[in-house]
Ligand binder design. Sequence first.
Ligand code: SF4
Ligand code: SF4
Length: 332
Amino acid sequence: MGYQMTRAQADAQFRRWTEQYEVYAPMLMKGEGCFSDTDIIRYGKPASLDEIEWAEKSDYSFKEVLIAINETLFYYTEDQTILPKGPEKEILIFLRSCDLHAVKRLDQIYLHNGNPDFYYNRVREKAKFILMGCPATCASGFCVSMGTNTTDAYNAYLKLDGDKVYVDIRDEALVGFAADAAAADVTPDFVTENEEKVTLPKKLSNESFTKEIWQEYGARCIGCGRCNFACPTCTCFTMQDIFYQDNPRAGERRRVWASCQVEGFDEIAGGIKFRKTQGDQMRFKVMHKIYDFEKRFGYPMCVGCGRCDDICPEYISYSNLVNRLAKEEEEG
Ligand code: SF4
Ligand code: SF4
């Protein structure tokens, strides 16, 4: 159901949301970028609609709301384990269409790929999604190529337009936001064309694993893992056991985000490594995004957000790599 309201009405309703829910949205964090004197857009808890970054795509995604970067799974003492509390309030997450498609990928891995993950599930079942429109394409995204430029899987859509705010509410529990608002036709802003276009190779196979291109791109990679951490669809983590200094028989087990591009990711007991070069790791990442995942679940893992291209300190372009694979395939 669509509504039009004044900015003052929307501000007042948003304040109520921040009391009732944990609200997360992209925010400009000044001076907190990776390099000195740089800013970053990442997820935080805005106190008002003004604190949300509406114009630019976030550098890091909503993912850290659903999967904490560093999460304690349990605390242990000599004779018991204690489970940390899950979220008490419901959660509202502001995000764009490509990222809402990424939620489907996270659900696929954490909920529909064997036993559902307890920790993910208890956050996910409290989460609702507020769609932010894209009136124009971002520079590096290729959502149209990936079919993630539109969605109807949101709980509500919000658009600020000067003194007016347009809302489309699909979830009855959120209808209160539009109390006293006038009914209106509201259609979300979706892009229909990106500057960046990507063609997925369609004939990838196990033979594609030996291509020269992996070593070429891998040679530039420094294995920092930023591409994985910025990617809304990467889901790997590693385990850490923390032993408290004052009593080493007590501590906690944490899971922490991991990156398949970082040295040691695939090393197992006996020092055995499956992917021996940075090129092998690059191949693993890219093939997972556009081949293995699709083979298993029927759709690609990548949603075309473009963040991995934006964030790479070595200017390695994943989208160029994929396009080159498709071109090589076409040229036979
Ligand atoms: S692989 Fe790159 S473009 Fe694709 S979803 Fe991940 S960060 Fe976005
Ligand atoms: S961000 Fe770039 S350099 Fe860092 S691991 Fe990813 S591809 Fe390699």
